[in-house]
Design a protein around this ligand. Structure first.
Ligand SMILES: [Zn+2]
Length: 160
């Protein structure tokens, strides 16, 4: 799912989180990721506009027409709906969604029991840089800031 060259680029663009609010929201996204039905790759995304949460979504084991038509992702990736796609589509339904004043928080967790596909509150964070399609989607949405986990599982922000 994650393209190596994209992760290297994202690592270069990212810097440690500077705001406590961002830290709290990302932690919230991490906890929500533990509830994802897509057990293979549990993720969640939150969009906050002017620090008010307007959408929270996890990735889903079912595909979405917009995900299916993606040419970048591998077949298995097209069969799920990414959290970023869900959260952006959901946020767009709100009149009070101003992308240029919004931040997208993206979190992924590791399963604590791989055999039984179990996540728990203490599940460690894992790299949650967007995939190629989600990068495009976020850029196109005009959201200005991404807060996620880097390749070492540390919280970072990327200003676009
Ligand atoms: Zn994606």
């Amino acid at each position: 799912m994650y393209f190596k060259h994209l992760n290297i680029l994202a690592d270069k663009l990212s810097k440690p989180i500077s705001s406590k609010v961002d830290f709290i929201q990302l932690e919230r996204a991490r906890l929500i990721a533990t509830t994802s039905e897509y057990k293979k790759f549990p993720m969640a995304a939150i969009i906050a506009c002017k620090n008010t949460i307007i959408s929270i979504q996890t990735n889903k084991p079912k595909s979405h027409p917009k995900q299916k038509s993606c040419k970048y992702n591998e077949r298995s990736e097209r069969l799920s709906t990414h959290a970023e796609l869900s959260v952006i589509l959901h946020a767009k339904k709100y009149r009070d969604f101003y992308p240029e004043k919004s931040t997208i928080y993206i979190a992924r967790v590791l399963k604590t029991n791989r055999m039984n596909n179990i996540c728990c509150e203490n599940s460690p964070s894992a790299c949650s840089y967007p995939c190629e399609q989600c990068w495009d989607l976020i850029l196109y949405s005009k959201i200005k800031k991404i807060v996620c986990y880097n390749t070492h599982g540390k919280p970072v922000e990327i200003n676009i």
